[in-house]
Ligand binder design. Structure first.
Ligand SMILES: [Zn+2]
Length: 236
Protein backbone atom coordinates (compact mmCIF):
# COMPACT_ATOMS: atom_id res chain seq x y z
CA UNK A 1 0.00 0.00 0.00
CA UNK A 2 1.21 3.51 -0.73
CA UNK A 3 0.61 4.92 2.74
CA UNK A 4 0.73 2.82 5.88
CA UNK A 5 1.46 5.60 8.36
CA UNK A 6 -0.31 5.26 11.66
CA UNK A 7 -1.56 8.25 13.64
CA UNK A 8 1.27 8.08 16.20
CA UNK A 9 3.89 8.01 13.50
CA UNK A 10 2.25 10.95 11.75
CA UNK A 11 2.25 12.98 14.99
CA UNK A 12 5.92 12.18 15.61
CA UNK A 13 6.83 12.94 12.01
CA UNK A 14 4.97 16.25 12.18
CA UNK A 15 7.02 17.26 15.22
CA UNK A 16 10.19 16.22 13.44
CA UNK A 17 9.04 18.20 10.39
CA UNK A 18 8.52 21.36 12.47
CA UNK A 19 12.01 21.08 13.93
CA UNK A 20 13.47 20.14 10.56
CA UNK A 21 11.91 23.13 8.83
CA UNK A 22 13.28 25.50 11.47
CA UNK A 23 16.76 23.96 11.42
CA UNK A 24 16.81 23.03 7.74
CA UNK A 25 16.06 26.51 6.44
CA UNK A 26 18.60 28.07 8.80
CA UNK A 27 21.35 25.58 7.95
CA UNK A 28 20.67 25.69 4.22
CA UNK A 29 21.05 29.44 4.22
CA UNK A 30 24.42 29.20 5.95
CA UNK A 31 25.97 26.40 3.90
CA UNK A 32 24.18 25.04 0.85
CA UNK A 33 24.75 21.79 -0.99
CA UNK A 34 27.32 20.41 1.44
CA UNK A 35 26.49 16.77 0.72
CA UNK A 36 24.42 15.04 -1.93
CA UNK A 37 23.02 11.64 -0.99
CA UNK A 38 23.06 8.80 -3.51
CA UNK A 39 19.88 8.08 -5.48
CA UNK A 40 17.00 6.74 -3.40
CA UNK A 41 15.28 5.43 -6.53
CA UNK A 42 12.24 7.69 -6.12
CA UNK A 43 11.03 10.11 -8.78
CA UNK A 44 9.12 13.32 -8.08
CA UNK A 45 7.73 15.55 -10.82
CA UNK A 46 7.51 19.22 -9.83
CA UNK A 47 5.17 21.34 -11.88
CA UNK A 48 5.62 25.10 -11.60
CA UNK A 49 2.19 26.39 -12.57
CA UNK A 50 1.65 28.82 -15.50
CA UNK A 51 4.50 30.52 -17.45
CA UNK A 52 4.96 32.28 -20.78
CA UNK A 53 1.80 34.09 -21.90
CA UNK A 54 -0.02 32.80 -18.79
CA UNK A 55 1.24 34.48 -15.62
CA UNK A 56 -1.61 33.17 -13.45
CA UNK A 57 -3.03 35.37 -10.68
CA UNK A 58 -1.16 38.52 -9.60
CA UNK A 59 -0.29 40.04 -6.22
CA UNK A 60 -2.80 42.56 -4.89
CA UNK A 61 -0.17 45.23 -4.16
CA UNK A 62 2.74 44.50 -6.49
CA UNK A 63 0.98 42.77 -9.41
CA UNK A 64 3.72 40.11 -9.35
CA UNK A 65 2.47 37.12 -11.36
CA UNK A 66 2.25 33.84 -9.49
CA UNK A 67 4.21 32.16 -12.33
CA UNK A 68 7.41 33.80 -10.96
CA UNK A 69 6.77 32.73 -7.37
CA UNK A 70 5.78 29.21 -8.47
CA UNK A 71 9.08 28.80 -10.31
CA UNK A 72 11.18 30.14 -7.40
CA UNK A 73 9.56 27.73 -4.90
CA UNK A 74 9.81 24.84 -7.38
CA UNK A 75 13.53 25.42 -7.94
CA UNK A 76 14.20 25.60 -4.21
CA UNK A 77 12.19 22.41 -3.63
CA UNK A 78 14.13 20.68 -6.43
CA UNK A 79 17.35 21.59 -4.63
CA UNK A 80 16.23 20.03 -1.33
CA UNK A 81 14.92 16.86 -3.01
CA UNK A 82 17.96 16.40 -5.26
CA UNK A 83 20.29 16.68 -2.25
CA UNK A 84 18.33 13.87 -0.61
CA UNK A 85 18.78 11.56 -3.61
CA UNK A 86 15.39 12.00 -5.32
CA UNK A 87 15.23 11.98 -9.09
CA UNK A 88 13.47 15.30 -9.74
CA UNK A 89 11.81 16.08 -13.07
CA UNK A 90 10.58 19.61 -13.72
CA UNK A 91 7.82 20.37 -16.21
CA UNK A 92 8.66 24.09 -16.54
CA UNK A 93 12.33 24.97 -16.00
CA UNK A 94 12.23 28.70 -16.76
CA UNK A 95 9.81 31.58 -17.30
CA UNK A 96 8.68 30.28 -20.72
CA UNK A 97 5.46 28.37 -21.27
CA UNK A 98 5.68 24.81 -22.60
CA UNK A 99 4.68 25.51 -26.19
CA UNK A 100 6.43 26.13 -29.50
CA UNK A 101 7.13 29.58 -30.89
CA UNK A 102 4.50 29.15 -33.58
CA UNK A 103 1.91 27.30 -31.52
CA UNK A 104 -1.65 28.29 -32.41
CA UNK A 105 -3.14 27.01 -29.16
CA UNK A 106 -0.47 27.85 -26.62
CA UNK A 107 -2.39 26.96 -23.44
CA UNK A 108 -3.54 23.63 -24.83
CA UNK A 109 -0.05 22.71 -26.06
CA UNK A 110 1.39 23.79 -22.71
CA UNK A 111 -0.91 21.46 -20.75
CA UNK A 112 -0.35 18.57 -23.19
CA UNK A 113 3.41 18.94 -22.76
CA UNK A 114 3.07 18.81 -18.95
CA UNK A 115 1.06 15.59 -19.23
CA UNK A 116 3.70 14.15 -21.58
CA UNK A 117 6.52 14.95 -19.13
CA UNK A 118 4.63 13.40 -16.19
CA UNK A 119 3.83 10.21 -18.12
CA UNK A 120 7.39 9.85 -19.33
CA UNK A 121 8.79 10.31 -15.79
CA UNK A 122 6.41 7.72 -14.22
CA UNK A 123 6.75 9.53 -10.88
CA UNK A 124 6.09 8.24 -7.39
CA UNK A 125 4.54 11.65 -6.77
CA UNK A 126 3.59 14.74 -8.80
CA UNK A 127 3.40 18.09 -7.03
CA UNK A 128 2.05 21.16 -8.84
CA UNK A 129 2.94 24.53 -7.28
CA UNK A 130 0.55 27.49 -7.48
CA UNK A 131 -0.58 30.63 -5.61
CA UNK A 132 -4.17 31.36 -4.70
CA UNK A 133 -6.44 34.38 -5.14
CA UNK A 134 -9.84 35.02 -3.59
CA UNK A 135 -12.22 38.01 -3.64
CA UNK A 136 -12.30 38.11 0.18
CA UNK A 137 -8.89 39.53 1.06
CA UNK A 138 -8.79 38.03 4.57
CA UNK A 139 -8.20 34.47 3.26
CA UNK A 140 -4.65 33.26 4.02
CA UNK A 141 -2.44 30.20 4.08
CA UNK A 142 -1.50 27.18 2.04
CA UNK A 143 -4.02 24.64 0.77
CA UNK A 144 -3.65 21.28 -0.92
CA UNK A 145 -5.93 20.05 -3.73
CA UNK A 146 -6.47 16.55 -5.13
CA UNK A 147 -8.42 15.13 -8.08
CA UNK A 148 -12.14 14.61 -7.36
CA UNK A 149 -12.79 11.04 -6.24
CA UNK A 150 -9.09 10.13 -5.96
CA UNK A 151 -8.61 8.17 -2.71
CA UNK A 152 -4.84 8.22 -2.93
CA UNK A 153 -4.92 11.92 -3.83
CA UNK A 154 -7.03 12.64 -0.76
CA UNK A 155 -4.71 10.62 1.49
CA UNK A 156 -1.62 12.42 0.18
CA UNK A 157 -3.32 15.84 0.39
CA UNK A 158 -4.35 15.22 4.02
CA UNK A 159 -0.81 14.29 5.01
CA UNK A 160 0.77 17.25 3.17
CA UNK A 161 -1.81 19.72 4.56
CA UNK A 162 -0.92 18.70 8.14
CA UNK A 163 2.75 19.46 7.51
CA UNK A 164 1.93 22.82 5.91
CA UNK A 165 -0.43 23.76 8.76
CA UNK A 166 2.17 22.81 11.36
CA UNK A 167 4.93 24.89 9.79
CA UNK A 168 3.45 27.84 7.93
CA UNK A 169 2.07 30.44 10.31
CA UNK A 170 -1.18 31.44 8.63
CA UNK A 171 -2.03 27.97 7.35
CA UNK A 172 -5.00 26.46 9.11
CA UNK A 173 -6.79 25.13 6.07
CA UNK A 174 -8.21 21.77 4.97
CA UNK A 175 -7.43 19.88 1.78
CA UNK A 176 -10.02 20.06 -0.94
CA UNK A 177 -11.02 18.40 -4.20
CA UNK A 178 -9.94 20.45 -7.21
CA UNK A 179 -10.98 19.68 -10.76
CA UNK A 180 -7.65 20.65 -12.31
CA UNK A 181 -6.29 19.12 -15.53
CA UNK A 182 -2.82 18.57 -14.03
CA UNK A 183 -4.37 16.36 -11.31
CA UNK A 184 -6.52 14.37 -13.74
CA UNK A 185 -4.11 14.01 -16.66
CA UNK A 186 -2.16 10.99 -15.41
CA UNK A 187 -2.55 7.89 -13.26
CA UNK A 188 0.28 8.93 -10.92
CA UNK A 189 -0.32 10.16 -7.34
CA UNK A 190 -0.80 13.91 -7.67
CA UNK A 191 -1.47 17.00 -5.57
CA UNK A 192 -1.63 20.71 -6.27
CA UNK A 193 -0.43 23.11 -3.57
CA UNK A 194 -1.65 26.70 -3.45
CA UNK A 195 1.15 28.06 -1.23
CA UNK A 196 -0.68 31.21 -0.14
CA UNK A 197 -3.09 33.94 -1.24
CA UNK A 198 -1.82 36.73 -3.49
CA UNK A 199 -5.14 38.48 -2.73
CA UNK A 200 -3.96 38.95 0.87
CA UNK A 201 -1.34 41.67 1.44
CA UNK A 202 0.46 39.80 4.26
CA UNK A 203 0.67 36.54 2.30
CA UNK A 204 1.81 38.45 -0.78
CA UNK A 205 4.59 40.19 1.17
CA UNK A 206 5.81 36.85 2.53
CA UNK A 207 5.56 34.99 -0.77
CA UNK A 208 7.76 37.60 -2.47
CA UNK A 209 10.60 37.03 0.02
CA UNK A 210 13.29 34.53 -1.01
CA UNK A 211 13.63 33.32 2.60
CA UNK A 212 9.92 32.59 2.87
CA UNK A 213 9.88 30.90 -0.55
CA UNK A 214 12.67 28.69 0.76
CA UNK A 215 10.72 27.98 3.95
CA UNK A 216 7.67 26.95 1.92
CA UNK A 217 9.88 24.75 -0.29
CA UNK A 218 11.51 23.09 2.72
CA UNK A 219 8.12 22.49 4.32
CA UNK A 220 6.84 20.79 1.17
CA UNK A 221 10.10 18.81 1.04
CA UNK A 222 9.43 17.55 4.60
CA UNK A 223 5.87 16.68 3.56
CA UNK A 224 7.21 14.66 0.61
CA UNK A 225 9.72 12.88 2.84
CA UNK A 226 6.89 11.91 5.17
CA UNK A 227 4.73 10.70 2.28
CA UNK A 228 7.40 8.65 0.59
CA UNK A 229 9.15 7.41 3.76
CA UNK A 230 7.69 3.91 3.43
CA UNK A 231 8.58 3.69 -0.23
CA UNK A 232 12.06 4.99 0.53
CA UNK A 233 12.57 2.19 3.09
CA UNK A 234 11.41 -0.39 0.54
CA UNK A 235 14.02 0.88 -1.91
CA UNK A 236 16.94 0.86 0.55
ZN1 LIG B 1 -2.23 29.02 -10.53
Amino acid sequence: MFLTIRAKKVALCLLVCVIAVTLGVTVSMVARAAYIEPSNGLTVVLDAGHGGIDGGVVGVNTSTPEAEINLAITKSLKHFLSEKGYNVVLTRKNSDGLYGLFSKSKKLDDMKKRKEIIEEAKPDLMVSIHQNFFPRANQRGAQVFYAPGSEIGEEIANSMQKVLNANLEASKRSPQEGDYYILRCSEYPSILIECGFLSNAEDEKLLLQATYQEKVAYTIFCGIELLLADKNNEVN
